[in-house]
Design a protein around this ligand. Structure first.
Ligand SMILES: Nc1ncnc2c1ncn2[C@@H]1O[C@H](COP(=O)(O)OP(=O)(O)OP(=O)(O)O)[C@@H](O)[C@H]1O
Length: 258
C-alpha cells in the first residue's frame, strides 16, 4: 500500500531500542530497532498485542523514558526528557480524585503559572469540547469511565501540545462506550487537529481511527512488523465493506491474534 508522504515528518523515531533490568538483574529487551515517522496532523495508530512494548515506545516519544540506542525527534529536535510538545492520555485515568473536573483540566496550566482567569477560560473551552459542560464541579468519583477519559483528553489538550499520545485510553471502557469514544476522538481531532499517536491492541479500533496503522510483533523485544495506510473517508463505519476488506488483508498477513 502507498504510505508515501512528501512533507518532512513531525516525529521521527529512528532505530529505537530499549532494554529494562527486571527482577534478579535480568535484562529484558522490550523494543528493538523501531523506526516510525509520523506526519504533521496525522492520526497514527500503533497496534499490537499485550506486552509488545507499545507503551514503552510511547513513553520514549514523550521523553518519560530514554532509549538505549536510536533517536526520537519532534520537529527535528531530539527528545531528551519530558517537554511541552506532547500531551499524554493513559489507560488508567490518572485524575486527581480530590480535584474537580475543572481543576483537573487546569492542572498543567497551573504548573506553567498561567493566570487564574486565563486558566479558567482555557479549561472551559476544552471541557466544552469534550462534551462535559455542566460537569465542571464534579469530582472523578461522580463520573462514568467515559467521562473520566474525557477529562483526561481535555487536560491533555488544555496544554496545547502539538502531539497527542494516547495509550490504550479506552481499554477500561465497555464496548458501547468505547465505540462512542472512538467517534468522539475523531470529532475532537477534526475540530482541533494535532499529530496523534494512538496505541491499541484492538484492530477494529485501529481501523476506525487511523490514517495509518503500524503493526507491532507480539514477542519481546517488540518490533515493527508492517504498516497499512487506511485510505478510507470519515466518518467510518466499523461494518463497512471497505473497512472489513482491509481488516481481512491485515489479519491474513499476520499470525498475531488481534
Ligand atoms: N519501567 C520498567 N521496568 C521494567 N520492565 C518494564 C518497565 N516498563 C515496562 N516493562 C516491561 O516491558 C514489557 C513491555 O511493556 P509495555 O507496557 O511497553 O507493553 P505494552 O505492549 O504496552 O503492553 P500492554 O498492551 O499490555 O499495556 C513488559 O514485559 C513490561 O513488564
Amino acid at each position: 500500500m502507498n504510505t508515501e508522504h512528501k512533507a518532512k515528518p513531525k516525529i521521527c523515531c529512528e532505530q529505537v531500542s530499549k532494554t529494562f533490568i527486571q527482577k534478579g538483574n535480568q535484562e529484558v529487551p522490550v523494543i528493538s530497532n523501531v523506526s516510525i515517522n509520523v506526519h504533521e496532523n496525522e492520526f497514527l495508530v500503533v497496534c499490537g498485542p499485550g506486552q509488545c512494548g507499545k507503551s514503552t515506545l510511547l513513553k520514549i516519544i514523550a521523553g518519560l523514558e530514554l532509549p538505549d540506542t536510536g533517536t526520537v525527534t519532534i520537529d527535528g529536535k531530539e527528545i531528551s526528557g519530558p517537554g511541552t510538545d506532547c500531551g499524554m492520555v493513559f489507560q488508567s485515568y490518572m485524575l486527581f480524585a480530590w480535584k474537580t473536573v475543572r481543576h483537573n483540566v487546569e492542572m498543567g496550566l497551573k504548573f506553567r503559572n498561567v493566570p487564574p482567569d486565563k486558566r479558567g477560560e482555557i479549561a472551559q473551552h476544552y471541557i466544552d469540547m469534550v462534551g462535559l459542560k455542566g460537569f465542571e464541579n464534579h469530582y472523578p468519583h461522580q463520573l462514568s469511565g467515559g467521562m473520566k477519559q474525557r477529562v483526561g483528553i481535555a487536560r491533555a489538550y488544555a496544554n496545547t501540545p502539538s502531539v497527542m499520545l494516547l495509550d490504550e485510553p479506552f481499554g477500561q471502557l465497555d464496548a458501547q462506550t468505547r465505540m462512542f469514544m472512538q467517534h468522539e476522538t475523531i470529532r475532537i481531532w477534526e475540530q482541533e487537529k494535532r499529530t496523534v499517536i494512538f496505541v491499541t491492541n484492538n484492530i477494529d479500533e485501529a481501523l476506525f481511527l487511523g490514517d495509518r496503522i503500524v503493526l507491532m510483533e507480539g514477542k519481546l523485544p517488540g518490533t515493527v512488523k508492517t504498516e497499512y495506510c487506511v485510505d478510507l473517508p470519515r466518518p467510518r463505519e466499523h461494518t463497512s465493506t471497505a473497512l472489513l476488506q482491509l481488516r481481512k488483508l491485515i489479519t491474513d498477513n499476520t499470525e498475531l491474534v488481534l
